[in-house]
Design a protein around this ligand. Sequence first.
Ligand SMILES: Nc1ncnc2c1ncn2[C@@H]1O[C@H](COP(=O)(O)OP(=O)(O)OP(=O)(O)O)[C@@H](O)[C@H]1O
Length: 262
Amino acid sequence: MSLSLEDLGVRIGRHRAVRGVSCAVAAGECLAVLGRNGAGKTSLVRGVAGLLPVTGAIRLDGQDLTALGPAERSRRIGYVAQGVAQLSAQLTVFDLLLLAQNGGQFAWAAPRESLHRAEAMLDLLGLQPLARRTPAEMSGGQRQMVALALALVRRPAVLLLDEPTSALDLANQLHLLELVRTHTRRAGMATVMVLHDLNLASRYADSVLMLEDGAPVHAGPAAEVLTEERLARVYGVDCRILAMEGGHRAIYPLARLGGTAA
Ligand SMILES: Nc1ncnc2c1ncn2[C@@H]1O[C@H](COP(=O)(O)OP(=O)(O)OP(=O)(O)O)[C@@H](O)[C@H]1O
């Protein structure tokens, strides 16, 4: 399904964390939200997820998401929060996958289809070896992969990921983002992911949205948005952008400019 944000504003208490964001994510596409620390990226995804109050419109295939009740909204949205997921330490990964689908039913009571879907998700993410472990028995990176599995197993229309690779090693960063991109295309989801790594954003996002002080400053394909001039202005860092094999671009930070970067 397609997601569109129209003049979206997000408040945290009296603080206007996000304002004037208008953009569209087509079904089967990934949008990367970029910007410096404190730019409003997490607030944006938390607003879309229904966890912070918003102004403006959030539409899913034209339907106003904010008009839906919390249960219906959370059924359509998969959200993986920033940081290593706080998962129930008592349950196994397999039981968590069943709970995510059936809200309260364990393996012995779950429908056959839920069992199949849980198995398929374990296979897809390479998590079979962890199926019988509890989150307390896993590393931070493993918990981050499990958090993605728990979001995907509910088959959301919109997937929101806040720094999904922050705890992952180099191989798993690529694995997770390849998987997110493939699954997004196959399921026709609209995916929004907050990323700090500009190279990963360039490589895996269909488009990027750059925020500055809560407002959108640039949006479009990564190759158009991420230029050396803009990175110097937004991040205060002198970067070189190199053309690589396969049409990829590599963004290499050389130095902070004039002490403007924090
Ligand atoms: N509970 C809060 N009360 C008031 N202001 C807040 C609160 N939480 C965040 N903010 C402010 O809202 C702004 C946006 O924060 P947000 O977490 O969305 O930024 P971010 O772009 O995700 O940052 P980071 O890259 O560091 O995770 C920041 O200026 C932050 O200081």
